[in-house]
Design a protein around this ligand. Sequence first.
Ligand code: SAH
Length: 470
Amino acid sequence: MKTYSIFASYRLVASGDLKTVLTAAKALLDARSAPGGESENFLIFEHDTGRQVDFDLRGSLEDVLARELPPAESAPPDSASSDSATAAKAGKGRPKLGVVSAEVTLLPRHWEWLAAQPTRASGTIRRLVEEARTKEGINPKRRAEALGNLLWCLGGNLQDFENATRALYALDTGRLFSITDQWPGDLPSFVRNWFNPAAQRTAPVPSGSNQADPALDPALALMEDLFRDAPRQGPGEGSQTARALELAAAAGARLGPDSRIADLGCGTGAQTLDLARLTGADILAVDILPSFLERLEEGARKLGSVSSARIRTLRASMSALPFSDGEFDALWAEGSVYNMGFREGLSAWRRFLKKGGVLCVTELTWFGESRPAEAEAYWSREYPGIDTAAAKLRAAEECGYVPAGYFPLPPRCWTEGYYRPLEGLIDPFLKRHDGSVEARRIAEGLREEMEVYDRFGDFYGYGFYVLIKR
Ligand code: SAH
């Protein structure tokens, strides 16, 4: 199914299927024509190509939907009718979105093959085209081109636009984000999410401006609703947090009651509470989602007053932290630095550490140089930052750290620790949001991620990186 986005100036009004976006467009238009309504211009983009598309928005919402939604959506593609009858039925409305009949010329062997397929010729060809389109859609170069088209339409006069385009076509997301993070409105998060739908899934908008607000963003509110009841929002386990602490201690960064730790992207705080138990340190737990922090506070209260007094929470974006230089003995980020990008996080956070302080992060890592193409295609779409441990360690060195340890998280941290509890939450979540396209999209994305892990989990996972500030 095609995805569209509608922007009013630099504000992302809605993203989703055609119906979602047309509904949003119609609402904007109606608000505009209401007495005293503000005239807000908007543009609709199609995600596959990034091109701007126009729709006929006259009449009521029902009129618009009837006119613009592909008839194929209401009629099953291979209904009992013959192909030409389907085309005739679709004659109503604008043909560009409907089913259209045209002649195709094929060799006899092509016709033979088509005739042997369980669906009719048209149905089979449609399926083949859709498959090819999906393949194109996950090609990073095509994704970059589409985003280039979209940004060009939206903001040719944005600051440093040309350098951003160059970084985009070079697929250098680090450089791209460093520019687009300075852009107004929803553009920073939109650009990041374009390459990282996984971020929308496990965690929302890493905007530099502390803007991510579930009260304003329905998709974010859904993510929050799904994940807040999970024991963790990413793969991990107390024993692994303990192991990272041991490696840090062996490198001279022993954390105890006199230490200060910031836990960045703490979620509902599984590792925050482990850190509190294991070190007795002062911990500042930072996340962008208020209800995650509330859960964490409940958990801290259960620890007893001595430990809980040492845990504070802060709602802030990890890319705009209000800290002073050298404030912390340790920075902790389990399953969260991907929101900023590994290099970006490591560089931006370094100054908050004392000299000799330790940064412990987990990051998606290829286990070795070779892997199945399907796994590669999936992750280059979902998280292009994925790389080998060798490459991550080198990046850490380049950012001014001495690696003091690396280990891969055991697979059970993904399966038992993370996916299994989430699985049980998906159906109740879908029930709570019955009919929400966005909720279904989130659930489907998560299920796909689990299936990919099931099949290819030998080839990737989280690496735990223990890094000392040089
Ligand atoms: N550390 C936890 C949560 C990992 S999920 C665990 O391992 O279970 C990633 C977390 O990052 C989520 O809680 C999400 O709300 C948070 N997050 C996403 N973007 C963020 C940002 N820009 N600033 C701070 N936190 C962010």
